[in-house]
Every structure is written in C-alpha cells, then in structure tokens.
Design a protein around this ligand. Structure first.
Ligand code: XMP
Length: 333
C-alpha cells in the first residue's frame, strides 16, 4: 500500500541503507526538477557526503548555471560545484552535425569530466571527517525514461541515445566500479513534482519545463558553434519570457526556441540579410512519450517572431513547429 506521503521517509532510509556511512555519492544536477529532487533527497539522507556538480557544457540556457547554483545553495543547502567546460564541448562538437554523433560526443565528455570530478572529490575529502571513496552516482531517472529506453533498445537500432539511462554511466560503472543510485526510478513526472513540493522546493523550480542533458546542442540542427548557441539561447529566452508574461507557462509542458540548419534571406531597412531561421516548439504532454502541439493565438506567435527578429542579431525568420509526437520528437534531434 504505497502512499506518496511515505515516499520521502522510505527513500531516505533506503538511500542510507544502500550507501552506508562512509561512501561518497556524486550527482550531476541540471537545474531541472528531477535532478533537484534527487539531490535534495541525497542531501537529506547523507548530508555532505553527497557532492553535486553541474557541468556547464556551453549549451545551457541563458544565465542558467548562475541561477542553478544560487537556487540550490540558498534554498536547499546544496553546495554545487560548477565545472566550466563550455569551450571543451564546443571544440569537440565543431563540424559535427549528425544527431547521434553529437549525443555520443557530449555523453562521453560528461563521463570524462565526472571521472575527473570523482577523483578530485576524493582528494578533497581526504583528512576530513567525510573522507571516503566515491562509490555511487546519482541519476534522476524516471519511470518513463526506463520504459522508453527499454523500447529504444529493442533489436532494431537505437532511436536516440538517452542521456539519463544506460549510455552515460556504463563506462563509469565499468571503469570505476561506480554504482547507480536512482531514487526516482519508479516515479512519473507529476509524482516527482509532488515530492518536490513536499521537500519545500520552490514552485517555479517544481514546475519548470524539462531540459535535456545535451542542452541546446540537440535543439540546433547541424553545426553547434558558439555563435549559433548564442542565437538559439537569446531567442529561447525571449520566447520563454513572453510565454511567462502571457501566463501560458504552466499550460505548456515544454517549450523552446531552436535553430534550423539552413539560412534564409530577409530584409532589414534597405539591407538584404542572409539570416538564421529560428524554430519555435511548444508541446503539451502527460508523459513525454507522446505530445501535442500547443495551440497559441497567431497574434502571440507573430509578436514573438517580431521580438526575436528585432532583438536577436542574425535572425531573419521565425517558424513554429506544428508536428505532434509522434512523428516528431519533442527535441529537434
Ligand atoms: P524526445 O525528444 O525524445 O524527448 O521526444 C522526450 C523528453 O526527453 C527529454 N530528452 C532528454 N533528456 N537527456 C535528457 O536528460 C537526453 O539526452 C534527452 N533527450 C530528450 C526531452 O527534453 C523531453 O522532455
């Protein structure tokens, strides 16, 4: 007879039991609700032996790393280490436009950096009351991730290398003997949100749209360059801000601005420009396994288009993606 009310206490007890009283746990946080709830549970279960890191892959949203660090520190008592690896990711992604290659490269850099962090953390913990080995890796895997990755891994080819399940930690687990700890693996998103509220996590974070591990890189079709990330990031910030101002944020499950591969001609004043094409996407979904397009008023979309073209240099056209899932996935890649 499983009750949501019991989940937090039961899970904290289970974590303490699993981890014991020496081992350290490393966890990557993203600023999303899943990793924040996971990190908060870990923190409550084992205190400072939980080490949270945020890897800045150069493809995060506008101001995101600073905001996440502040939120986790101020409200949840989690001392977050931000690993600034933007340049490295962008260097290794240069010239790569194949979606699976992008994901594999990003996943593999993440693993390298986690391994380095694990070593650094063990060194740092030496000669402190918390000295121990990093034995566990926290993942915010949810039940739908588990199901979706099972169906992705059928006899046919992988549809997408999902960052949360499987792909990412396999090497770490083999190489370093790290074990996975997944406190949310039996939960759906709405249950994670309910638990987030119980844990006192702020509503704006609890209701935050999901953001994928590879970040803006899988919302930019084709080459991921600093310039293109910057354009997508600015356009995304404008779109999301306008959605919030219109009071629509909580009616939408996920929204973002991405970038097309090609460019198109536009006219600004009396100048012709060969500019970028921004793709807006907004969907409603219960489980993220299927999704329907959010039905904005055309006037709202036209205002967003105007704002983006006016404020983001280099953009000459804005389009709205009208594809449900299936056949389109929520992300562009
Ligand atoms: P798709 O694009 O597959 O996305 O329809 C479904 C949900 O999963 C998220 N997503 C990811 N999350 N790492 C993540 O942490 C990933 O590699 C990844 N790929 C997709 C996506 O944002 C959506 O919520």
């Amino acid at each position: 007879n499983w009750k949501m009310g019991d989940f937090v206490q039961l899970e904290i007890a289970r974590i303490r039991d699993l981890v014991g009283d020496r081992a350290l746990v490393l966890g990557a946080v993203s600023g999303g609700v899943d990793s924040t709830v996971g990190a908060t549970l870990m923190r409550q279960a084992i205190g400072d032996r939980f080490k949270a890191i945020l890897i800045d892959n150069g493809c995060m949203r506008f101001n995101e790393c600073e905001e996440v660090k502040e939120t986790l520190g101020k409200h949840l008592g989690i001392d977050l280490t931000v690993v600034d690896a933007g340049e490295l990711f962008l260097r290794l992604l240069a010239g790569v436009s194949d979606p699976e290659k992008k994901r594999k490269i990003i996943g593999s850099i993440f693993v390298d950096l986690f391994e380095k962090e694990a070593i650094r953390i063990e060194e740092e913990a030496k000669n402190t009351p918390n000295s121990g080995k990093v034995e566990w890796f926290l993942q915010g895997t949810l039940y739908p991730d588990v199901i979706e990755s099972l169906s992705f891994r059928g006899p046919s080819a992988t549809i997408k290398t999902h960052h949360n399940v499987g792909g990412l930690p396999e090497r770490m687990m083999k190489g370093q003997g790290l074990r996975l700890i997944e406190p949310l693996r039996l939960l759906f998103k709405d249950e994670v949100r309910a638990i987030g509220r119980q844990l006192g996590i702020h509503e704006s974070l609890v209701n935050r749209h999901p953001f994928p591990g590879p970040g803006i890189a899988i919302r930019i079709l084709g080459d991921v360059t600093k310039e293109r990330v910057e354009i997508a990031r600015k356009a995304d910030f404008i779109f999301i801000t306008m959605i919030k101002e219109a009071g629509l944020y909580d009616q939408i499950s996920q929204a973002y601005a991405g970038l097309d591969t090609s460019r198109s001609v536009g006219v600004f004043g009396d100048q012709r420009v060969w500019g970028y094409i921004v793709i807006l996407r907004a969907v409603r979904t219960k489980d993220f396994m299927s999704a329907e397009v959010f039905d904005f008023d055309n006037s709202f979309l036209m205002n967003v288009s105007r704002a983006i073209c006016n404020q983001v240099e280099g953009v000459s056209r804005v389009v709205y993606d009208l594809t449900s899932k299936p056949p389109g996935t929520i992300e562009l890649e």
